[in-house]
Design a protein around this ligand. Structure first.
Ligand code: NAP
Length: 382
């Protein structure tokens, strides 16, 4: 099943969405709203950590590029689980509110600061942003900006960067995925989950075990070899099929799943912790969920890892980019992913498109949707 077909089955509005995606993939879009007052732009502001009522669209001063920065007229920005955790204040060292959330966008280069060789006004680009992506205009260092493949639409690009770069680096750089291996991934219907499934399909004979809510199974069943409901005892289910476990466990849940994942590893297998979705149990941050998840994490003894021949790893793309200065490395990964995209081996799954003003509705339906949602900064709700 093609990714676009998955989205079609998973979201009722997708036929319309698909049309919009195609439309916005063209270089000249028909529904571009004039920039208006060039001194201001629209942006989604998070006024305080907590529920959906903390988000609103407001006018902000137009940012101008500093040395080494590119100014992007944003066409689409990605909305991920991580954004939900940011909204709740469920992350390490969150910025002070108010601020503009969002870590990824796509759009057109509108201006450049000094020392931004390689880019021209009018270039179609995809970019990582250290917050501020949910806006009409974004300025970000040139190191985080990539020229998009000609065939890639703006919504696809906004759904591509975090999901596919994280999935690729975990599978191929941390865990060294090879022919014949097996992978367990949680939240298999989500943005990262589907990127993992697609990337696994580029390697022969890889078995993918996935957990997801049952209502998503029909839509994603062709991308995951063995799919389990998120509430079943997946350890037992995996062992029924593969008694000696799996080679790679990708855990974005944390808590008790850390011990379960480590327990499922074959000798020389790799467990990677890359998220803590279990800490999210409602609309606002819950200290009980945080404490429970922290308490349930298996306290790992390195000597046990040594004796059992197991590898335990962690992965955070945002820290790699914005705290650990590995943007050069990430660029080589983006180049490889663009090559796979151009060969039509991978394609980001866009669940639905929304205007900036619809950010709250979008976050409400997020849990019942299949995949990455994208906000179109030049759409307006009347
Ligand atoms: N470390 C990194 O670099 C990195 C990068 C990107 C994302 N992540 C992490 O990867 C995970 C998935 O992100 P994503 O953007 O792919 O997610 P997504 O597309 O928003 O999918 C989220 C899905 O996660 C599942 N889920 C699991 N626990 C949940 C909870 N407590 N509340 C609500 N949904 C829950 C639900 O699917 P089911 O009901 O089907 O289980 C939900 O639909 C998140 O933990 C995120 O923080 C990490």
């Amino acid at each position: 099943m093609k990714p676009t077909d998955m989205a079609k089955e998973g979201a009722e509005m997708t036929e319309e969405t698909e049309h919009m995606i195609e439309k916005n993939g063209e270089k000249e879009t028909e529904n571009v709203v004039p920039a208006g007052d060039a001194k201001e732009m629209r942006a989604v502001i998070l006024s305080g950590f907590g529920g959906l009522n903390k988000l609103r669209v407001t006018k902000k001063a137009m940012p101008e590029p500093q040395e080494g920065e590119v100014k992007i007229r944003v066409k689409a920005c990605g909305l991920n689980f991580l954004d939900l955790m940011v909204r709740q204040g469920n992350i390490d060292n969150p910025p002070k509110t108010p601020f503009v959330p969002g870590f990824e966008c796509s759009g057109i280069v509108e201006a450049m600061g000094e020392s931004t060789n390689g880019f021209e006004i009018g270039d179609r680009v995809m970019a990582f942003v250290n917050y501020n992506a949910w806006a009409e205009v974004v300025c970000t260092p040139v190191d985080y900006v990539y020229k998009m493949p000609d065939d890639m639409s703006f919504p696809e690009a906004a759904a591509f960067s975090i999901n596919f770069v994280a999935a690729y680096m975990m599978l191929f750089e941390v865990a060294n995925l090879r022919d014949g291996m097996s992978v367990l991934v949680h939240s298999a219907g989500g943005g990262v989950g589907q990127a993992v499934a697609q990337l696994c399909s580029t390697i022969p004979n890889v078995t993918v075990f996935g957990t997801a809510s049952s209502f998503k199974h029909e839509a994603i069943k062709d991308s995951v070899t063995h799919l389990f409901d998120r509430n079943v005892d997946y350890v037992q289910e995996v062992k029924k099929i593969s008694p000696d476990g799996v080679d790679i466990v990708l855990d974005c849940l944390c808590g008790e799943n850390t011990g379960k994942g480590l327990g499922l590893l074959r000798p020389l297998g790799t467990y990677i912790l890359y998220g803590s979705s279990n800490m999210v149990t409602g609309e606002t941050k819950s200290f009980f969920s945080f404490a429970k998840s922290w308490w349930q994490v298996e306290k790992v003894n390195p000597i046990k890892l040594y004796e059992e021949n197991k590898v335990m790893a962690g992965f955070s793309l945002l820290n790699l980019l914005f705290k650990q200065g590995r943007c050069g490395h990430v660029k080589t990964v983006v180049d490889k992913l663009f090559s796979l995209y151009n060969q039509k081996k991978i394609r980001p799954v866009v669940d639905s498109l929304w205007a900036l003003e619809e950010v709250r509705e979008q976050l409400v339906v997020r849990d019942i949707s299949l995949n990455t949602s994208v906000m179109m900064s030049d759409w307006r709700v009347c």
